[in-house]
Design a protein around this ligand. Structure first.
Ligand SMILES: O=C(O)/C=C/C(=O)CC(=O)CC(=O)O
Ligand SMILES: [Ca+2]
Ligand SMILES: [Mg+2]
Length: 411
């Protein structure tokens, strides 16, 4: 496979995570022009897409004109491919330098916004290691994996209205907690946690009553982002039986500002782990090109790396999650977001949540600055970043999602 590199006048190193093989979409504004608008990241710059498309490909202008990615998501896979091909040409062919020059903004001068209107939000549970670890802690004495786990990707519907952009402060939630003596109290969570996840962003909708087959994944899903599904473990542990997560997870979910198109992840596709239970036909991906993804994450707490989760071991793929999510005929809307569930690898340093890293609080983490943590303290900042392999040795960056814990309001 040949690799294209950005035009020399852009000065983007070949292995930059936002090189010309990535081209993620986001929404930005600047002090000089505070209107939120669609941008494509290239190196340390952002291409202001709407004026460039108006000039060079006016037929595509409506898809990138608004203050969000919504129109582009809704436009569907043919338009996604056309816009990506056009942007690739403009950024690699030096003859476009004059036309582009006025529309490239230094990324450091930009404010990045929540990139799309989140329609529905679903959270899966696709890591066997994470499910096993949590099963051990939440349901000691039972099989860690529930009997359904290898037959279907377990998930729940979350709260779309509290999905927030990277950098938004996260107020420590309050809720009901069961104290060690059995008493029930209400107050700020004492076991506030992170969940490092990959989010799938739905573009093209589907019709009510029509399941989306495995092989149609890329016709509906536009791309991926990073997700931090903040979780209050004490609230969750008390409330979740029998209907599943509720207020312990609905107070905030942070997403990264850049959405990386599926088209950028071609070289990162890998086979998922071997399935140990036969799958029903609608989930059987043994004869379709695989949608496992070699995405490598890094979780930093106050600047210190605490984990390096890997997505390639996830038992369920994004295509299977979508097939299952729609298997009952539930329709997709533009802007639906579904997250993979916490990404935990087999090694202890690949666990994607603090409850696993500190084993329920029993084994505090020692950070490089000498402090220790079990769960999050007020003022703590968590940054999750990720990269994936691109064609010809390039690096595909997913950017980062950032969030800081603010003290609870009132008891
Ligand atoms: O096993 C449980 O009872 C709880 C599991 C989770 O909290 C995980 C969750 O929200 C889904 C995920 O991120 O994997
Ligand atoms: Ca989660
Ligand atoms: Mg949430």
């Amino acid at each position: 496979m040949t690799t294209v590199s950005a035009a020399p006048w852009l000065d983007v190193p070949a292995d930059h995570p936002f090189g010309v093989a990535t081209l993620p979409y986001g929404v930005f504004s600047t002090a000089a022009d505070p209107v939120a608008r669609v941008g494509v990241a290239i190196g340390e710059l952002i291409l202001d897409l709407a004026p460039v498309v108006r000039l060079l490909a006016p037929r595509l202008a409506p898809a990138v004109a608004g203050p969000s990615l919504d129109a582009l998501l809704a436009a569907g896979p043919r338009t996604w491919a056309e816009v990506r091909a056009a942007v690739t040409t403009w950024l690699t062919d030096p003859s476009f330098s004059d036309q582009l020059g006025a529309h490239l903004v230094p990324a450091r001068d930009a404010v990045l916004h929540l990139p799309f209107t989140v329609a529905d939000y679903v959270d899966f549970y696709a890591s066997e290691q994470h499910a096993t670890n949590l099963g051990r802690m939440f349901r000691p004495g039972q099989d860690p994996l529930t009997p359904n786990w290898k037959h279907l990707p377990i998930g729940y519907h979350g709260r779309a209205g509290t999905v927030v952009g990277s950098g938004t402060g996260v107020v420590r939630p309050s809720g009901q907690r069961r104290e060690p003596d059995g008493g029930i109290t209400f107050g700020p969570s004492r076991r506030l946690d992170i969940e490092a996840e990959l989010g799938f962003v739905v573009g093209a909708p589907s019709r009510l009553g029509r399941p989306v087959e495995l092989t149609r994944f890329a016709e509906h899903v536009f791309g991926v982002c990073l997700v931090n599904d903040w979780s209050a473990r004490d609230i969750q542990a008390w409330e979740y039986v029998p209907l599943g997560p509720f207020l312990g997870k609905s107070f905030a979910t942070s997403v990264s500002p850049w959405v990386v198109p599926l088209a950028a992840l071609d070289a990162a596709r890998v086979a998922p782990p071997e399935r140990t239970v036969p799958l029903l036909p609608y989930l059987d991906d043994s004869r379709t090109p695989p949608w496992g993804l070699d995405v490598r994450l890094e979780v930093r707490l106050n600047g210190h790396v605490v984990s390096r989760p890997v997505f390639d071991g996830m038992y369920w793929t994004g295509a299977q999650m979508l097939a299952h999510l729609t298997a009952n005929g539930a329709s997709l809307r533009t802007g639906d977001l579904y997250a993979s569930g916490t990404i935990s690898g087999a090694r202890p340093d690949q666990r994607g949540s603090l409850i696993e890293l500190s084993w329920g609080g029993a084994e505090p983490l020692r950070l490089a600055d000498g402090t220790t943590r079990t769960f999050l303290e007020d003022g703590d900042e968590v940054v999750i970043s990720a990269v994936a392999p691109g064609a010809g040795g390039t690096v595909i960056g997913l950017g980062e999602v950032r969030g800081r814990i603010l003290p609870a309001g009132r008891d």
